[in-house]
Design a protein around this ligand. Sequence first.
Ligand code: CU
Ligand code: CU
Length: 287
Amino acid sequence: MYVRKNQRDLTRTERRRYVAAVLELKRTGVYDRFVRTHIEYYTADGDTGLRVAHMGPSFLPWHRRFLLDFERALRKVDPSVSVPYWDWTRDNSPSSSIWGEDFMGGNGRRGDLQVMTGPFAYRNGNWDINVGVTDVEFLTRDFGRPHQPVSLPTARDLARAEADPVYDAAPWNSVATEGFRNKLEGWGQGTGVERWRNHNRVHRWVSGLMLGGGSVNDPVFWLHHSFVDLVWSRWQRRNPSARYLPAESSSRNASGSRAVGREQRMPPWNVTPASLWDHSGIYRYQS
Ligand code: CU
Ligand code: CU
């Protein structure tokens, strides 16, 4: 059993070791395999087949397992490392320490949005974008998207999601208006920036490569999803009798896609949402 810490509490040494382990996975090509997997599973409501990683109830267990795989790879490089979490309700400014030169690096520059500082800046030679959905070869960010402003979710925004005691609800996709899962995943109604809530809104706020299927190319992806997983974990503790829903795979929607049921296999692994419900034997979160 190991601990996942708040990134703001890491010592300078812990920050350095985490970054070094990530860079080592990048150097050996392991990192880019994670990018590729995420792109492959970036499906939407309208796609056919199983909606396994996004826009469906298995969004949370799928990313829990995805993080565990990444963490296992990191810990092979350095057993002292785990994936820290970024509480974006608290560290919500471009000057927060998460964006420091010794950690995630800062915002992209004007024009091409290229990140120029930190270990993941292209110009420092260790972070080429090899697998993406666009041709960009450097890490990009555009904090708050000034041309279409969006703010990070607040503690109140998050509390609204956490207050829902039911895990998920029909139609089990991005238009579900009830259920904890979509309120946290964050597909909202309407137009404008209100469409993006909680988890989705954070991808939007960082912007650049954090948008879309290639978001794993930004190493802050893992810290963001570590916090999303923490929020789920906290919700599970507050709702001890809650269970993953739906129990059975949902029926196909108009375009033929289905949600993953509780005991159904969740590709690319041979695991079920039920088997990922309880993480307490593997890691815990330090508050
Ligand atoms: Cu994802
Ligand atoms: Cu995400």
